[in-house]
Design a protein around this ligand. Structure first.
Ligand SMILES: Cc1cc2nc3c(=O)[nH]c(=O)nc-3n(C[C@H](O)[C@H](O)[C@H](O)COP(=O)(O)O)c2cc1C
Length: 361
């Protein structure tokens, strides 16, 4: 496969989580240590529940890397579930009280499960460890071209600032509640020209939004000033273009979040995502027991209270894969060296070519 994509497999308490990343060029140096830092960041204790204490994730590279470098073949990564041994063979009670807001109800109906555990084992965000591993490989690829992807929490439970957020999480925890929040992801060093303005499915904004929405518990995505733009007048919603002394393009603002017409424009790419409060609420929620048909309360399983801080690295990983794919599409090539040569031939910033009278990338 030529496109950079990934697929994961694995259940929350299964033997391992697996990610297979396709389309990476040959010659990218990658070691298990390159993935470790992002996996550790996913285990951010702020807002976590008891589960974090039992996860110590390490990704093993199973395939696609030889002598420390990618070969051009699919890269397979595995993260062992350390608690699997304790679960293996254990009698686990069926869950027949689906949690509103989780996959429990809809997936059980869809796949014909009589035990919602089959739904939640896969829909659990434990799966995001595999995504983070896949994203870390793509992050390494992007770094070869000077592209970085960094996220941060903007707000949690409607409040901003470290102290207010820590207080809000502590209060929610004490009240048996959960909290959502807003995360911002910024990609820097992205050259002009990733994505497409001519085919809807190839638009960079569409690809980013689709991928970020594919993350568990995400209910909204905006690029640049997003929903705020709808409230502004036209002249206050664009990013005016000017030239600097060297003929480079300068913009005083980045309201469009680095993407115009579905194509990266050389500015930082800014995406924000809204994460809902997670559905495993300590105080329980009303549901219907599908074993009896009677009204019931949900049963609490050990869970996070507010995984928004941990979700930052997951969103970064997802964005790394999309940008890596769009970069490869732009550059072509089967090895890092081929791609680098092509990248070097593209000026990172468009310049005005006075003789040709065009902006020249
Ligand atoms: C990093 C992360 C951690 C999560 N942790 C939990 C959790 O501990 N308990 C829970 O019920 N849901 C958790 N979720 C959300 C669930 O995975 C669930 O899929 C999601 O709430 C379903 O919402 P959706 O309909 O938007 O996908 C987490 C999501 C993310 C991204």
């Amino acid at each position: 496969m030529n496109t950079i994509q990934y697929i994961t497999a694995g259940e929350s308490h299964g033997e391992a989580l697996v990610a297979v990343v396709t389309g990476l060029p040959a010659g990218l140096a990658i070691a298990e240590g390159d993935i470790a830092a992002d996996l550790a960041r996913r285990q951010n204790p702020l807002g976590a529940g008891g589960r974090m204490a039992i996860e110590h994730d390490t990704a093993h590279i199973l395939a696609g890397v030889m002598a420390g470098k990618t070969t051009g073949a699919p890269v397979a990564l595995a993260i062992e579930n350390r608690n699997h041994a304790a679960w293996k063979g254990r009698e686990v009670a069926a869950i027949t009280t689906p949690r509103p807001g989780h996959a429990d109800f809809a997936a059980s109906v869809k796949y014909g499960y009589d035990d919602a555990r089959l739904a939640l084992e896969r829909a659990s965000a434990r799966e995001t460890a595999a995504r983070v591993a896949a994203g870390a490989v793509c992050r390494k690829f992007l770094a070869e071209f000077g592209i970085s992807v960094e996220g941060r929490v903007l707000e949690i439970g409607g409040v901003e600032g470290e102290e207010a957020i820590a207080d809000a999480i502590a209060k929610a925890k004490a009240e048996g509640e959960t909290l959502g929040g807003i995360i911002e992801i910024v990609a820097r060093g992205v050259p002009v020209g990733l994505g497409a303005s001519v085919v809807a499915a190839e638009r960079l904004d569409a690809r980013l939004a689709g991928a970020l929405m594919g993350m568990q518990a995400i209910k909204g995505v905006e690029i640049g000033d997003g929903f705020m733009l709808a409230r502004r007048r036209g002249s206050e919603a664009q990013d005016e273009i000017a030239r600097d002394a060297e003929g480079g393009v300068v913009r005083g603002t980045n309201r469009n979040g680095g993407i115009e017409g579905g194509v990266s424009n050389g500015e930082a790419i800014v995406a924000r995502i809204a994460m809902k409060p997670i559905p495993t609420v300590l105080k329980g929620l009303g549901t219907v027991d599908f074993a009896t048909g009677e009204a019931a309360r949900t049963v609490y399983e050990r869970s996070d209270f507010c995984p928004v801080p941990r979700a930052v690295v997951v969103a970064e990983a997802i964005e790394c894969v999309v940008l890596a794919d769009a970069l490869k599409e732009k550059l072509g090539g089967d090895s890092i060296d081929e791609m680098k040569a092509r990248f070097a031939s593209l000026a990172k910033e468009p310049r005005y070519d006075a003789a040709a009278k065009v902006f020249w990338p």
